[in-house]
Design a protein around this ligand. Structure first.
Ligand code: SF4
Length: 477
């Protein structure tokens, strides 16, 4: 079991909450809660659920730690937000995938972006993908006991040798045994296959999908996503898909969807939207995506965006999950509710420019054209910062946005998808305040964008999503 290295630190206290009434302050460290030191925010949430809490608190400038009692109803939120999701060490990844995007980041980026996690808790809390190569029997017991579901698992290949080669870790050959155990225990699992040309595409991809149907037919979904190759990649064999290879992935997924439908009554496997853009093909229909279970990972995001954009009643919103009830969890998990936030908008009635990545532009162009409004235009932003085949909006940087915006007129309104910001910062550490024009940050979904386009300048401020440098995604999105 990892050693507890830090105590939960309070970063915000809700007014009139039990924490507030008891005198808890931002900055306080919670050395123990009812005699326990939680390992992570999952355990923390269970502890603060109790009616009466005996805390040991360390407060800067007050010398020795002191005891603090909190009286509240059982299940009543404590009202203290803590700074981190994990208080012991994040379990780091021991793989060395050729396609790993973390290894393709430019030098000088902040250290936290280089953290290669392979931690089932972050999978549960944030939807990060885990390869299970560091998963243990004790982890399995905890996941099953505490029903930490859903989890997100990187598969890449079901052939043991091919998987071990892809992860460059011999444990990759055997760690999918945990996937079977988790499914047998009733845990909802969403999988992904990062498809790399000359490695696990073509027949190997077909074999992988056959292996999933054969051994893991109760998986919820499987995403086939393309690797991302930035200009900083040092892996000579890694290259973007050709158009023909992208079309082949679409065909393989389509064929296997029919097989899955016949065998288990649902499609289970989906190809990322980028494949249809790369192949120059229309996106599958909305119904094909069976409720958009992985739309946040770029599976059917275009169709979901289109549906939200055109019809508010069809909006999925953000599905409720752990963060809907956990008390004190960091607010930036991907399940956190999102809305519309604003920078300093130009006056209502000003022309609107929608800033987006190159893939986003492909999705938005027909939708914006249908509006027939000459006061709205798309502003595609090429990703020169990362280069390569990186075209998703979630990896837009302040540097590239600055280059584009400096040539744009003042007095217009500029809309920016929230997916490219984490705690108010772009991946290159710039903030929206560094941009040459004010921008309005809009939740990256069709409904939010449509509301801004149709309505007055927004005033509501919301939590932003973390920028989606999902390790194990190959191509972050
Ligand atoms: S892609 Fe994921 S599993 Fe592979 S090395 Fe990177 S962080 Fe680890």
């Amino acid at each position: 079991m990892p050693r507890v290295t830090t105590a939960p630190r309070v970063v915000a206290v809700s007014e009139a909450s039990p924490a507030d009434r008891s005198g808890l302050l931002p900055g306080d460290e919670l050395l123990s809660l009812n005699g326990r030191s939680p390992r992570d925010v999952i355990e923390y949430s269970l502890l603060v659920d109790e009616a009466d809490l005996d805390l040991v608190v360390k407060r800067r400038g007050t010398g020795e730690p002191f005891a603090l009692s909190v009286h509240k109803e059982h299940g009543e939120p404590l009202g203290a937000e803590v700074s981190s999701a994990v208080f012991d060490r994040v379990r780091t990844c021991d793989n060395h995938c050729e396609f790993c995007f973390i290894h393709q980041l430019p030098k000088g980026m902040r250290r936290s972006l280089s953290l290669k996690d392979d931690d089932y808790r972050l999978s549960f809390l944030y939807g990060n993908f885990t390869t299970l190569t560091r998963f243990t029997e004790m982890d399995l017991e905890r996941v099953l006991t505490e029903r930490l579901s859903p989890l997100f698992v990187s598969i890449h290949a079901t052939d043991p040798d091919i998987r071990a080669n892809l992860l460059r870790n011999r444990r990759g050959a055997t760690s999918l045994r945990w996937l079977g155990a988790l499914l047998d225990g009733g845990i909802e699992i969403h999988g992904q296959v990062v498809v790399c040309p000359d490695r696990n595409n073509g027949d190997i991809l077909s074999d992988t999908l056959a292996g999933i149907l054969d051994r893991y037919p109760t998986m919820a979904t499987v995403a086939c996503v393309p690797l991302g190759v930035s200009r900083f990649s040092t892996e000579g064999a890694m290259r973007p898909h050709t158009r023909a290879e992208a079309a082949e992935v679409c065909d393989i997924v389509d064929q296997w969807q029919q097989t899955f439908l016949s065998a288990i009554g649902r499609r289970m496997v989906f190809a990322a939207d980028e494949y249809y853009v790369m192949a120059g093909r229309p996106f599958p229909t909305s119904e094909t995506y069976e409720g958009f279970p992985q739309h946040e990972n770029g599976l059917g995001m275009a169709r979901a965006f289109e549906a939200f954009f055109g019809d508010e009643s069809s909006a999925l919103g953000v599905r409720p999950g752990f963060f809907a009830w956990v008390d004190g969890a960091p607010p930036l998990g991907y399940r956190a509710p999102r809305g519309i936030s604003s920078g300093t908008p130009a006056p209502g009635g000003a022309p609107l420019g929608i800033l987006t990545g190159e893939y986003g532009a492909a999705v938005l162009a027909p939708l914006v054209a249908e509006l027939g409004r000459d006061d709205i235009r798309l502003i595609p932003v090429a990703n020169h910062y990362f280069g390569g085949n990186i075209g998703v909006s979630g990896l837009l940087t302040g540097t590239d946005l600055t280059q584009v915006l400096k040539d744009e007129p003042a007095g217009h309104r500029y809309l920016l998808p929230d997916a490219c910001l984490s705690q108010g910062r772009f991946l290159d550490d710039l903030t929206v305040d560094d941009l040459p024009h004010p921008v309005e940050v809009v939740a990256t979904d069709g409904l939010s964008l449509r509301r801004v386009l149709d309505g007055p300048a927004p005033v509501e401020r919301s939590a932003e999503r973390p920028a989606r440098v999902r390790v194990c995604m190959g191509a972050a999105r």
